[in-house]
Design a protein around this ligand. Structure first.
Ligand SMILES: Nc1ncnc2c1ncn2[C@@H]1O[C@H](COP(=O)(O)OP(=O)(O)OP(=O)(O)O)[C@@H](O)[C@H]1O
Length: 531
């Protein structure tokens, strides 16, 4: 190798050495930068995590403030007094509650049980699941401007179905507004879950979804109540308080004092699904009543139970009961109770005629003196019980039925202020069968044969709002729904069951010990009873 070659080799070697030195420097600088970036990333992620954890804690403190306070109190107790004293105190509290519950379950539930249950149900059930149910029942509002991610897979084929499988995943958080859970209250049989609607929703949408919500919660009934324009209460029936028969009030003793002591505007008729007494007016506003139900649905207990509850008033002559009984089987069992009684169309016309005479008489006496007849033994409540009303307003000769409808219309339209009340019972609630249907404002739907009959009895929207009268089982005779006339939402009730011997006792009681104080003629002409 000559000198030129050596020089070239030295120059190349020197250049490579410099390059290597530069590369080593750059590498070290990059490694330092990467280390710095990694350290920054770790610190950044840690800080972000801390901020999120802090935000989560604040959110929990605000949304679950009771739980948080309880936990803080428990922690403070443990720190200052030790956990043993905390466990002992809790055990004593639980024991005290058990004793209270065993001694008086009603007052326990009223003062303590329902609050604890409401808190627990909110925490363990509704808080966790309500959003999912609302989502599944279509009760959330999706913002159409937020894109929906759709993943289409053409690879898989449905086994044996020969079509492409399409998997669709939606963005469930962004752009979805879910009604906010406000509170949970838990009563003896119902849970009331209050939610605030989001813009774009109406309470009617919740009405329509009531059945789906009941299925989601796995209960038989769900009802929606509108509390404010944007707040509804979704009520779930946890247990059925009307599953077993309700007893009617006892007939007073014959020796009992004959003061009536009965509020004729709210006479006991049975129990409501909330476990409260169900009361019906026998006089005044909303007392004209139509009870509709299939055969065997228990219509007659709606008739007998208030009569038993008002026994002392009937005996004292403050209520005079008239009966029209085309079937001749029901009212005739307590014949002595009725001041006027008829079975055939002709007899029904006589009863109605006598009532109209009395109506005219009261008009003459009271017109210009008072706006409402004061009820007394001289001018008692004239209560007409019209069983199987359809038999005489549809299934009879035209002349009789026209006359009956005409007289009934006069009684119902003019009778209220004069102390007259008409209560009719029918199996088929069509307008055709009961032309005076609209004149009987208080409606009770017992078990009906079809869904279409529900609005005929209770009005439009009753079924959607939870009056599922066509779904009452045959085994639940006496159960029905009321709506309207002071009842804001359909209310399930069960009439008090009146056994045969109670009807006999009632007859014995109101006829002063069984003495037949009124002859049949008197009964038809409506002349007064002398006890
Ligand atoms: N409130 C009630 N609680 C429990 N069972 C009842 C009640 N009312 C009625 N029942 C039961 O249902 C049966 C039928 O009752 P009820 O005669 O009142 O029916 P209905 O609707 O008047 O039938 P129909 O129109 O055929 O006379 C009764 O014999 C009784 O066994």
């Amino acid at each position: 190798m000559d000198a030129h070659g050596v020089m070239t080799l030295v120059a190349v070697g020197g250049g490579l050495a410099v390059l290597l030195w530069v590369l080593a420097k750059i590498g070290r600088a990059l490694a330092g930068l990467a280390e710095l970036l990694a350290a920054l990333a770790v610190v950044g992620i840690a800080l972000w995590g801390l901020v999120r954890a802090g935000a989560w804690i604040v959110r929990q403190l605000v949304t679950h403030w009771r739980t948080c306070l309880t936990l803080v109190a428990a922690w403070a107790w443990c720190r200052s007094l030790g956990w043993v004293s905390l466990v002992v105190t809790l055990a004593v509290l639980v024991l005290a509650q058990l004793v209270w519950w065993r001694l008086d379950a009603v007052s326990y539930d009223q003062w303590c049980g329902r609050w604890l249950r409401g808190w627990w149900l909110r925490w363990a059930l509704y808080g966790r699941k309500l959003t999912g149910w609302l989502n599944a029942c279509g009760l959330v509002v999706r913002d159409a401007s937020v894109p929906v991610d759709v993943t289409v897979s053409l690879i898989g084929r449905g086994r044996g179905r020969g079509r492409n499988t399409v998997s669709r995943s939606e963005n469930r958080t962004a752009g979805v507004a879910v009604p906010k859970l406000l509170s949970v209250r838990s009563g003896a049989s119902w849970d009331e879950v209050r939610v605030r609607l989001v813009a774009g929703q109406t309470p009617e949408e919740f009405d329509d979804a009531a059945r789906a919500l009941a299925v989601a919660r796995k209960v038989t009934r769900c009802q929606i109540r509108e509390l404010e324009p944007d707040v509804v209460s979704i009520d779930f029936m946890r247990r059925d308080l009307l599953a077993s028969p309700v007893t009617c009030l006892p007939v007073p003793d014959l020796v009992a004092v004959d003061g009536t002591g009965v509020d004729l505007r709210a006479v006991f008729a049975g129990a409501t699904e909330y476990g409260k007494p169900w009361r019906l007016p026998l006089v005044g506003t909303g007392s004209h009543t139509l009870v509709a139900g299939a055969t065997g649905s228990g219509k007659n207990s709606v008739m007998w139970c208030p009569l038993v509850a008002a026994a002392s008033a009937i005996r004292a002559g403050v209520i005079r009961v008239s009966g029209i009984d085309p079937k001749a089987m029901e009212l005739s069992y307590g014949l002595g109770i009725f001041a006027r009684y008829g079975q055939s169309g002709k007899e029904a016309l006589e009863v109605l005629g006598a009532l109209l005479d009395e109506l005219e008489n009261r008009k003459r006496v009271f017109a210009g003196n008072t706006r409402e007849v004061p009820i007394s033994t001289e001018y008692p409540v004239e209560l007409l019980e019209f069983d199987e009303i359809g038999a005489l307003t549809k299934y009879t000769d035209r002349k009789t039925r026209d006359l009956i409808v005409e007289k009934l219309a006069i009684l119902t339209t003019q009778g209220r202020a004069l102390g007259f009340t008409v209560r009719g019972y029918v199996q088929e609630p069509t307008k055709d069968t009961v032309p005076v249907r609209e004149l009987l404002p208080r409606r009770i739907a017992m078990r009906l044969t079809s869904k279409t009959q529900v609005p005929m009895v209770l009005g439009d929207g009753a079924y959607e709002r939870g009056a599922w009268a066509n779904r009452i089982p045959e085994s639940a005779a006496g159960v029905g729904y009321v709506w309207g006339e002071g009842v804001r939402e359909p209310l399930r009730v069960r009439a008090g069951w009146v056994p045969d011997q109670t009807i006999k006792q009632l007859e014995h009681y109101v006829t002063n010990g069984g003495a037949q104080v009124i002859s049949l003629t008197d009964r038809r002409t409506g002349e007064g009873r002398s006890a």
